[in-house]
Write a protein that binds this ligand. Sequence first.
Ligand SMILES: C[S@@+](CC[C@H](N)C(=O)[O-])C[C@H]1O[C@@H](n2cnc3c(N)ncnc32)[C@H](O)[C@@H]1O
Length: 315
Amino acid sequence: MSEVRIEKNAIRSLWLEAVKEVAKEYPGTDVPWYLTLSGAEARDIQLLIDEGLLSLTEVGSIKENDQHKVVAVERNNQAILELQKKLPGLKIKRAEFRDLIRGDGIFSWPQGDDEKYCRAHIVNLDLNNPLRGATCNGEVTFPVLSWIRKLCQLHARSPRYDWTLCLTLHGEVVWLEEVNTWTKSFLAENLRREPDFAKGCREFLGEELVTQVTGCSPIDFSTLDRTGQQKIIMVMVPKMIAKLVHNEGWNVSTERNLSYGQAGCAPMVTWIVRFTWSSDGSATPDALYRAALKDILSGAGVVTDRGQIETESYC
Ligand SMILES: C[S@@+](CC[C@H](N)C(=O)[O-])C[C@H]1O[C@@H](n2cnc3c(N)ncnc32)[C@H](O)[C@@H]1O
């Protein structure tokens, strides 16, 4: 974890911009600005300190007045010890993120401080895991995406807060046959129903892959090359998020949809997604869904090994 990846620095600067905006908009908010899986080194939080968004005392602790602004969630005890040493005064929630939000289901919900943390203006899930799919009674779910729906439901509580998700995943496909089959038919149906989405996908994924997805033969997405696998996940994740939350009145805008990781490094994918409440959204969920699809690929691109963000509009 200690190596400095230039691509990752470019991504951290996107997160920093998001926190700056929140700090400007909500200087005295009652929920944290930023909930993060910062890791032992807390490089993202260090950036907030360097930029003056958090202040330190003379002995290097986060000042009391700023301590409510940022919360780090960490499940690894060693990382917690290092974090405590590096940034005294930092609020650290010792937990598996799934336990913090009380699981993927809707029967249990966080209370008290845990609820407050989950309602942070920015939630940064910087995960090294791939997008795992689970099957239950013929239904396919993606647990990480269920967390995101749950976070939307928590942000919709009174007082409702618009919020931003930063999500990073390993960009390899690791799905069982049922998940591949489900993904193929989900994408195929949307390609048939949404001409603009289909046009963007043809440009982004290539004609050949789109023809495979809409064709009759099964696909094992894990046999695609590295870039193909990253691209399928880049299409799937924002599409699924829009599907999961549009009924609840959230306008979903995929501001960044990027891949990174050169040969020899792990292939990664990362997104910045804004959720803004639409006052008439619950009355017109279909309109919200279509609007969300529009920008899934409009900011898609790569972070190069020089840390440059290269995007192209595929729509
Ligand atoms: C990829 S690192 C974070 C890197 C950091 N964001 C940065 O900018 O350098 C992820 C950290 O989150 C912790 N972590 C990963 N998944 C977690 C989960 N589901 N719940 C709690 N902590 C988790 C890991 O132990 C690790 O310390």
